[in-house]
Design a protein around this ligand. Structure first.
Ligand SMILES: NC(=O)c1ccc[n+]([C@@H]2O[C@H](COP(=O)([O-])OP(=O)(O)OC[C@H]3O[C@@H](n4cnc5c(N)ncnc54)[C@H](OP(=O)(O)O)[C@@H]3O)[C@@H](O)[C@H]2O)c1
Length: 298
């Protein structure tokens, strides 16, 4: 299949380029700069120039392919107007989905397990759990709402992705831990979170592309969920902080920036559906092993 991939130069997108082309699919990668275009061309990828703030550029890319996988996401900084950014994302998603109506082409939205909102216990959530976070719900509604209008819609809900020494949330956790002199966790550090090895995640996108029925959502996680305090200890070791950890009181969570909200409460998902329906078999190394002895170890 020929896939128009937004965010092709990103962490998730790069893994997808490798996985999809390795399986015989063709990728039309979106680039928004000369630098990104050159990097995609070096990988032998056809390029479509586009920008999230220019919906027509996305529509033109979608026209050139059989399927769209949307992973582009704007960088956030201290001055980012969050509402404005989310509005741009929703406008972009709506424009692509509208242009696909009646074509039966595939649209895969990258959502996230954070869409389930804070979990009070660590019972794994399945895909029937309502998506309530305002960061995720509008886009999922637009996408899944188009299933009856001739679009093969699929939503993926990854947990924190890891591997190859990268991923924004993991690097952010490292960054704040270095600033604070120890691996950070919130409160007692007993919140438990799922995470997904990046190559497992890429496999799931491909299997969904090849096999999913329209209108389905799939959680993505590898292995078992891990206590945030244990992750903080492993991050501390990998960052050369000697295993020292720092507890941030819940009332001071803003000290930990966006990572604080991500690790303050449980986020545990079931992946039974993807394994049963798509034959997905996540087999990557565990997050703690990657931190202690793998790609993040210093
Ligand atoms: N990483 C994780 O752990 C994780 C977990 C769950 C869900 N997700 C979701 O997965 C998606 C991808 O995440 P990621 O980690 O791959 O992010 P990333 O590494 O920051 O990649 C973002 C991609 O979006 C592109 N981009 C940024 N602003 C753009 C704009 N204005 N117009 C067009 N393209 C733009 C970037 O292009 P440039 O190279 O030109 O900057 C890059 O290719 C996001 O929706 C994220 O929320 C990620």
């Amino acid at each position: 299949m020929k896939v128009f991939l937004t965010g092709a130069t990103g962490y998730v997108g790069s893994a997808l380029v490798k996985n999809l082309t390795g399986a015989g699919h063709t990728v039309l990668g979106m680039a928004r700069s000369d630098e990104s275009e050159a990097s995609l061309r070096e990988q032998g990828i056809e390029v479509h120039r586009g920008e999230l703030s220019d919906p027509q550029s996305l529509v033109e890319g979608a026209k050139r392919a059989d399927a769209v996988i949307h992973t582009a996401f704007p960088q956030m900084g201290p001055d980012t107007d969050f509402e404005e950014m989310m509005g741009m994302m929703t406008t972009a998603v709506a424009a692509i989905v509208d242009s696909l109506k009646g074509t039966d082409k595939t649209f895969i939205l990258t959502s996230g397990a954070g869409g389930y909102g804070p979990q009070t216990d660590a019972t794994p959530l399945d895909e029937s759990t309502p998506i309530i976070a305002p960061t995720h719900a509008p886009n999922e509604q637009i996408v899944l709402g188009a299933t009856s209008q001739g679009v093969r819609t699929i939503v993926l809900r990854p947990t924190i992705a890891y591997g190859y020494g990268g991923s924004l949330p993991v690097m952010g956790w490292f960054g704040i831990s270095r600033e604070m002199g120890g691996g950070i966790y919130i409160g007692e550090g007993d919140a438990v979170i799922s995470s997904v090895y990046i190559d497992d995640l890429a496999d799931l996108y491909r299997l969904a592309l090849e096999k999913s029925k329209p209108g389905e959502a799939y959680n993505a996680a590898s292995g078992s969920a891990t206590a945030t305090k244990e992750i903080a200890e492993a991050i501390s070791e990998a960052a050369g902080l000697g295993g020292k950890t720092v507890s941030i009181p819940p009332e001071e969570i803003e000290k930990a920036g966006f990572i604080g909200r991500l690790i303050a409460t449980n986020m545990v998902v079931s992946t039974e559906k993807a394994q049963r329906e798509l034959g997905w078999q996540p087999s990557g190394p565990a997050l703690l092993d990657e931190l202690r002895t793998g790609s993040y170890a210093s």
